[in-house]
Design a protein around this ligand. Sequence first.
Ligand SMILES: O=C(O)CCC(=O)C(=O)O
Ligand SMILES: [Fe+2]
Length: 541
Amino acid sequence: MEDAMRQYIELVEEADPSFLFDDDDEGEAVAATPPPGSATSAGGGSIFDAIRDGRPLAPFLPAHANAVDEESGLSALHLAVDSENEGAVELLLAARALPDAVDPQRSTPLHYAALLGSVSLVNLLLGAGSDPAMVDDDGKTPSTLAQREGHKEVAKKLLVALAAPAVSDGLLPGRLPTVDLAAWLHGDTDTREALALAFDEAFRNWGFCSVRGYEELLPEAVITEARTQAVEFFKLPVDEKRRLARVDGVVGYLGPGEETVSDSVGAEAKVGKAQGDPTAKPPVKAAADPVESLNLPAYQEAGITWEAATAAASCPWRAASYLPMSPTGFGPAAVAYFEGVTKLMLELNQLMEAALNLPRDHMHAPFERPGTLLRFAYYPPQPPNGGAASATAPGLRYGEHTDYDGFTILQRDGDDGLSGGLEIELSDGTWAPVPSLPGHLTINIGDLFARWTNDRWRATRHRVTLPKGTAAAAGRLSVVYFTGPHPDTVVSCLPSTKCKCLSGGPQYPPFKAGDHVRMKMLAATAAAREGTANGEGGTLV
Ligand SMILES: O=C(O)CCC(=O)C(=O)O
Ligand SMILES: [Fe+2]
C-alpha cells in the first residue's frame, strides 16, 4: 500500500469526531496581511531578499513571518515555497506564518507546491494545517492543479487530504470530508481508488460528506432555476398549494406543522437486528416542524404504477397531478433537476460499489427503477424568539431524525460557508453545524443504507435549527433528493467483506425497502392525520 494511503488510514483512525465541523473558519480565505512596520531588517534587505538569496531568516522572524511583498503581493511563505526552499518554509511555519495566505490570484502556498509537484512541500504545508479545499480565482484546488500538471503522487495525496477530516493536532477546526466527483469521473485508477477509500471512511465515521465537481451531471443553472421556481411556488396562497396535497397525507404538498419528523425516530424498530440494535435510541419527544414542502415521490401512493425514473418522460409525478400549474416554469425545472440529480445518484452508487468492494454493477438492478423522493422544503421566516417552533423543541426548524432511505443529496442555501442551521449529532451527543459551501452538495445516508451495510455506514442523526437573531426572519429553501432502491427490493446485508456479513456476524433480518420507508413516512405524518399536531393541520384531498 502507498505511504500516503497508510498515513491517511492512520489519520482517520485517530480522528476525534468531537473536533469535526467546528466550522467557524470553514472555507474562509485568510488574506496575507503585512505586519505593522516594514519587512526590512537592520541586517540588510528584506525577508524576501533573504529567501531569494538563501540567507538566514532568523533576523526577520517571527516579526515578518506574515510579510507581504508590496510589488508581487506574495507572502514570504509563497515565496519560500516557490523557491523550493524547504528550510525557509519550515522556519516560517514554525514562526506562525499563515498557511493559507492568498496571493492576488487567491492561490495559497499549497497551490504553489502542487504546481511544483513537490511531495515534501505538500507534506509540510498539510502538516501545518493548509486547507486542500481552497480554490484559486480559476476555481482550482491544489489537487486539480497537480493532476493537470501530471504530478500523480502529489495529486493523490491532496485528494486524500481533501476527503479526510482535518485532524492535524486535533485543535484545528475540522471540515466535512469532501469528495470531488470530477476526479472520480475522469481520474485514473489510483485516483478513483483513493476516492472510494475516502468515501467509505466518510460514511463510516461521520455518515456525511460533501460532494463537488458535479457540474457535468447536475449543472448549477439547473439548480438555480429549480430553486427560483420553488421559491415562487411557496409564495402562492395556501389554498392553491393545498391542491397538491395527496390523499394519504404522506407525500405531495405538506403544510407547516403537517410533519413531525422526529416521530419517525425508532419507527423502524420492528425490523431491528435480531440480536437487538445497540444503536437504537428511544424516540425523541415530538414537535411539529415549522416547514412546508412539496414531495415528489417515485412510488409511495397505491395505484400509481412505477415507471423507470431515469427517463424523464416516464417520471411518475410528471404527468400526475403532483406538479403545480403555477408558476408555469416549476414543472420543467423540477424535471430537469430530477434528471440531473438522478445521474448524480447513479455515480454515487458506483462510488459505493468501489468503496465497499462490491461486485461491479451490484447496485444497478435495485436502482434501475429507484424509489426516490424529490423534496422542496421551505422553512418560513420566524420571529427572532423562535415563534412557531413549538415549546417542546424551541428553536428548531426540522426536528431530530435520521433519513429513511439511501443517499440523501441535499442542496441548501449557503454561499456564505455557514450551515444555515443544519446540525449533526456527534458521537459524544453534542451537535455541530455542517458547513454549506458554494459548489458543494451535502450527502448523507439514511437507515436503509445503514442496515444494508450492516451498520458499517452510519445514518447520523441531524436537525435544522433556527438561526439566532435576525437571520431567523429569512426563509430557507432546501432541495432534497432521497434516493433508494425499488420499493420491492429485499434488503439484506450486502455481499461485502467490509460489512462482515459473509463471515456470519450479527445481521438485520431481511426487509422490503418500500415497507421500511413507508413506515417511517407514516410515522412522521401521523400526528397531523390524527389532528394532534400543534401546527394548523390541513384538509387532505
Ligand atoms: O434542510 C436541511 O438542511 C436538511 C433537511 C433534512 O434533514 C431532510 O429533509 O431530511
Ligand atoms: Fe434529513
